[in-house]
Unconditional design. Structure first.
Length: 122
């Protein structure tokens, strides 16, 4: 499988700029990642960016980890605006639920949903 670190780096730079982080250092501080790691990924100087870096960068850019991984692997990705919209919607739902339910109530609801879908309780 051919990997595309340059496409991933280009996307991260472009999205970071769109979000108002012209400096890698500012972005790296926001996502709590070493600035040299962000630089290596953006410059395609690493073959394997690492899961921790992908998770932090995705969070900072407001996209899913899978979206970034798909870019890196050269797979067709969901429309970016749909990914960002889904993340914004998810965040809004979580914030609303946190205002109306205690953490215990949220955990209980999550466990009921997992049980309904055959997943293990946490």
């Amino acid at each position: 499988m051919k990997l595309h670190p340059e496409k991933l780096g280009d996307y991260i730079q472009q999205r970071r700029d769109e979000l108002g982080f012209p400096s890698r250092l500012q972005f790296a501080k926001k996502i709590k990642l070493d600035p040299s790691t962000v630089e290596r990924i953006e410059n395609a100087d690493t073959r394997s960016p690492g899961l921790e870096a992908i998770v932090k960068i995705a969070s900072g850019l407001g996209v899913t980890e899978q979206f970034l991984i798909d870019i890196y692997k050269g797979k067709p990705t969901e429309n970016e605006s749909e990914v960002v919209l889904k993340n914004d919607l998810y965040s809004a739902v979580i914030k609303t639920m946190e205002r109306h339910f205690t953490p215990g109530e949220l955990q209980e609801k999550a466990n009921k949903m997992r049980a309904k879908h055959g997943e293990e309780k946490r």
